[in-house]
Write a protein that binds this ligand. Structure first.
Ligand SMILES: Cc1ncc(C[n+]2csc(CCOP(=O)(O)OP(=O)(O)O)c2C)c(N)n1
Ligand code: SF4
Ligand code: SF4
Ligand code: SF4
Length: 801
């Protein structure tokens, strides 16, 4: 994936040229701008370590523009990062100077190095690439007095040896105080301009302010002033560290993975993760291309500044809503017998478990994994348990990770080893019960606060050991199968989802092919079993064939019977059918194909295939995670983009209404269809997934998925989903062809109770249009409201079906 468009530069400076280079697994984007200027001093080389989606790359591209367009310097930018949505390291290599730049791109001797993430000091010895007397800038929550002892030994050694100029800034705090939320870019960019020596400090600061005026003046004087304040506060808070000339630390650098098992994970995956994949021989890779599952658990990217803490165990209702909404499966609940905690850390909290089927001695434990949490806040936002006495205090609340990680990491280590509750005993038709099920999709590289991943996680909790996923290209294929690590995993019995990604344009057909092969194999297996009845025993054959596998107990029984069958087959000699059946026993189980993807795939590029699958009558399920744009490629318009939204290719506001994919599918009459929004009504989401899975025919679920492309802090994703439903923007419904006439179509949300703008105007994708052209914005809002009203009237008619 190549990020960054430089048309602007080309337009303004016809002499400039730029190049873009792509490597297969790592993306390198380069930009060279040459000017005819006299030599004043030598080139300055700078490296910036950031985290995918933290804004470091964007800020550096902006720095290049500022220096390239407004000074005499030649500039070059080269960016290295993988295709993860968030959580992966990015390194920006920038050069600035009065001479033309002919060198190769990656820098290994830098005059200036910045770490925009504090926790990087634990994993990367960034000082190794610093020149003698160079400058190191660290985003640090610690003061200049405290920081030295927090550094690993290797870094201290490097800083002393290289006589580095060592600066720190608490960019997170400065940004928050300047009302910039989590956006630390302006702060860190200001520090870079102030101390890198590329331009005289005052001139550099003036240029940043000029750039702020250029970027934000259309948003009003207040926003410009807010950013000016951030610049001033950055300079006031930037501190030079007067470090001792002696090593005081014995901390070692952490390896790229935590607790990676010996063998392939350690010898190959960890090497790739530590950035040394190019050193591996081809022979290190599996010949069939398969990779082990569940390896994201060793990454521990630790990107959160704040994590949820279960502050009030008595206030907590044990509803498990926080667990359900977590995009990264980083907060989990278990119920265990009290005795299981006898060796637990004293800090591990537990409370008597409420509700059925729990017994008197059972305790409920809610635990976060600090190093897997991304700090998105969604779990706290959705928590319904608010204190009546203390304002803004819930059963769980966000706290500074630094104050809790040591304790909570220990708690998590103990928690993960606790047994899962027997799924045959749980009531998994409600949200609480289902959230005790082990997620077989965890710690993916999706953006912090992603609205897509909770749906996939729930699907794996309910059906993970018996589904085959055909995944369209899009965000879900990137966070779902972004090597070297995989978020899909197996359960305690070694069973998990099978997953494969095909092309963007043919995923539904790909899934249909898998389904047809599956049906055929099931047919063959059943026929073989019947033909071997005399050898296997008619009772076992009957038990296997008659088991409907509807309940968890029946599914468990099926596994046990198949094990019995395998044992029996193993002792039958010289029988070709027995040998064949031995290889096909897993097809005696109920399995389901789930076809997954985004709206760009389902509404647009893969629509022909989706329609074909729906029309096929086959027993296959389609889950569309509708972000209303092509998210993976940066927010291009799809046919799911709503009227009035600004998206790439419709920047001024989309003039045509969103296609109603769900109702189109309803028109077939034999397709199970649901429109869902987990943040608004989680139980309806769960029912829809369970009904679709049960339905013997094609099913389509369209799932509202909030996304960073909508332009707001995703911690409000849940609130926005609720507003989408309340305003009638996203009605919830289910259409079940198996229900009697008059009851097939169920509206699961109420008639619109608030104006559409209550939803729309919290999101930049809509407000941008109004800011650019107030009159057009008003017109589009009116049209969009009319669309909502018409849509609702139409749905009311469906009610009688
Ligand atoms: C035929 C084809 N066109 C374009 C692309 C580039 N591409 C990859 S993912 C993607 C966007 C996917 O958007 P969507 O289906 O909405 O899923 P999301 O990323 O929003 O989850 C595009 C355009 C491609 N892989 N194949
Ligand atoms: S803050 Fe976000 S990532 Fe962390 S536990 Fe809560 S929902 Fe999960
Ligand atoms: S959402 Fe709140 S009340 Fe519900 S389980 Fe989580 S912490 Fe407890
Ligand atoms: S759907 Fe949006 S929020 Fe989720 S990973 Fe993709 S871009 Fe990020």
């Amino acid at each position: 994936m190549v990020k960054g468009v430089y048309d602007e530069l080309l337009k303004d400076k016809p002499k400039n040229h730029f190049t873009v280079g792509i490597n297969d697994d790592v993306t390198h984007t380069s930009l060279d701008i040459d000017h005819d200027f006299k030599v004043k001093r030598s080139t300055i080389n700078c490296m910036f370590y950031g985290l995918g989606s933290d804004g470091t790359v964007g800020a550096n591209k902006n720095s290049i523009k500022i220096i390239g367009q407004t000074t005499d310097n030649f500039v070059q930018g080269y960016f290295v990062y993988d295709s993860k949505k968030a959580g992966a390291q990015t390194i920006s290599h920038l050069r600035f100077g009065p001479e033309p730049i002919y060198s190769t791109y990656l820098i290994d001797k830098a005059d200036f190095i910045a770490s925009h993430q504090f926790n990087f000091i634990e994993k990367y010895n960034m000082i190794a690439d610093l020149k003698q007397g160079g400058t190191f800038l660290l985003n640090s929550p610690y003061s200049k007095e405290e920081i030295w002892n927090k550094l690993p030994k290797k870094m201290q050694k490097g800083i002393i040896k290289k006589e580095a100029n060592f600066y720190i800034i608490d960019a997170t705090k400065v940004a928050q105080e300047a009302n910039l939320g989590k956006r630390t870019n302006t702060v860190l960019q200001t520090c870079f301009f102030a101390i890198s020596g590329i331009l005289p400090k005052d001139e550099a600061i003036q240029k940043i302010k000029d750039a702020i005026v250029k970027s934000y003046s259309h948003k009003g004087e207040k926003v410009v002033q807010m950013n000016f304040n951030a610049v001033d506060a950055s300079l006031a808070n930037l501190e030079k560290v007067d470090y001792p000339k002696e090593i005081t630390s014995d901390k070692k650098l952490k390896s790229a993975m935590t607790n990676a098992p010996e063998g392939f994970v350690k010898e190959v995956l960890e090497v790739i993760l530590s950035g040394k994949g190019d050193e591996l021989p081809v022979s290190a890779f599996p010949v069939d291309g398969t990779f082990p599952m569940g390896t994201t658990q060793y990454e521990k990217s630790g990107i959160a500044d704040t994590i949820p803490i279960w502050d009030d165990i008595d206030l907590c209702t044990q509803c498990n809503k926080c667990v359900a909404i977590c995009p990264h499966a980083a907060i989990r609940a278990k119920v265990v017998a009290k005795d299981e905690l006898y060796q637990a850390p004293l800090t591990l909290k537990s409370v008597s478990a409420k509700g059925r089927p729990f017994e008197k001695n059972d305790v409920y434990v809610l635990q976060v994994s600090p190093e897997d949490c991304t700090g998105c806040d969604l779990c706290v936002e959705i928590c319904p348990a608010e204190s009546k006495e203390i304002e803004n205090f819930k059963a769980i609340n966000m706290h500074r990770k630094l104050d809790h990680d040591v304790v909570e990491n220990k708690n998590w280590d103990y928690f993960v080893e606790l047994p899962n509750y027997d799924r045959t005993e749980l009531t998994i038709t409600n949200v609480k019960g289902a959230q005790f099920l082990d997620p077989l999709f965890e710690f993916s590289g999706a953006c912090s606060g992603c609205g897509e991943t909770p749906y996939i996680k729930l699907l794996t909790q309910l059906y993970g050991d018996s589904i085959i996923i055909a995944n369209a290209t899009g965000c879900s294929s990137i966070y779902g199968g972004n090597l070297p690590t995989t978020p899909y995993k197996t359960n305690e019995f070694g069973r998990g989802p099978a997953w494969a990604n095909s092309l963007f344009e043919d995923n539904a057909e790909f899934g249909l092919g898998i389904q047809l092969a599956l049906t055929k194999k099931q047919e063959i297996a059943i026929n073989l079993l019947k033909s071997l009845e005399l050898l296997v025993g008619s009772e076992l054959v009957k038990t296997i064939l008659d088991n409907p596998e509807k309940t968890e107990a029946e599914k468990k029984q099926k596994f046990a019977d198949i094990d019995k069958l395998k044992d029996t087959l193993a002792i039958i000699d010289n029988n070709e059918d027995a040998n064949k059946l031995n290889q096909l026993t897993e097809y005696l189980r109920k399995k389901a194909v789930w076809v997954l993807g985004g709206d760009g795939w389902a509404y647009d590029i893969g629509y022909g295939g989706v329609d074909h699958v729906l029309a096929s009558g086959e027993n296959i399920n389609i889950l569309v995670m509708d972000t209303e744009v092509y998210s993976n490629t940066g927010g291009q318009t799809s046919k799911a983009t709503p009227l009035g939204a600004s998206a790439k290719f419709a920047i001024a506001g989309k003039r045509t209404p969103k296609k109603n994919l769900a109702l189109q599918a309803v028109s077939y009459g034999n397709v199970y269809v649901a429109q869902i929004a987990m943040g608004a009504k989680d139980i309806q989401t769960q029912k829809a997934i369970q009904e679709a899975a049960e339905y013997d025919g094609p099913s389509l679920i369209v799932a509202y998925s909030h996304c960073g492309e909508h332009g707001y802090d995703l911690k409000h994703g849940v609130t926005q989903q609720r507003k989408a439903v309340e305003t009638g923007y996203w009605p919830l419904f289910r259409f079940d062809p198996t229900k009697p006439k008059g009851k097939k179509f169920r509206l699961d949300s109420k008639a619109p109770a608030a104006p559409l703008e209550d939803f729309m105007y919290n999101e930049t994708r809509f407000t941008r249009v109004v800011k650019e052209n107030a009159e057009l914005g008003k017109e589009l809002l009116e049209q969009a409201q009319e669309q909502v009203d018409i849509k609702w009237e139409r749905l009311e008619l469906f009610r009688g079906m």
